[in-house]
Design a binder for this molecule. Structure first.
Ligand code: ZN
Length: 76
């Protein structure tokens, strides 16, 4: 994956293209060598643990949409 980005990085992880947990075969045709950051990235995606994005919620935990009832109420 680093090569696709035009850089060379030592591959330290063997990643299963189809995860073993998803019934992927433990064979060479289903593996690729990745660097640690890319391995973490694809694994998170495969298991639905991508960095959570709390869409529409500000850092204070309140909705960022000015039309949200909370914000309308605050406006008064
Ligand atoms: Zn990489």
């Amino acid at each position: 994956m680093c090569l696709e980005l035009g850089r060379t990085t030592q591959a330290t992880r063997v990643d299963h293209v189809i995860p073993l947990a998803h019934d992927g075969p433990d064979e060479d045709c289903n593996t690729r060598n990745l660097c640690e950051p890319h391995h973490l990235e694809v694994t998170a995606e495969q298991f639905g643990h991508a960095v959570p994005r709390h869409r529409g919620v500000g850092r204070d935990g309140r909705p960022t949409n000015p039309e949200h009832a909370w914000n309308l109420a605050r406006r008064g």
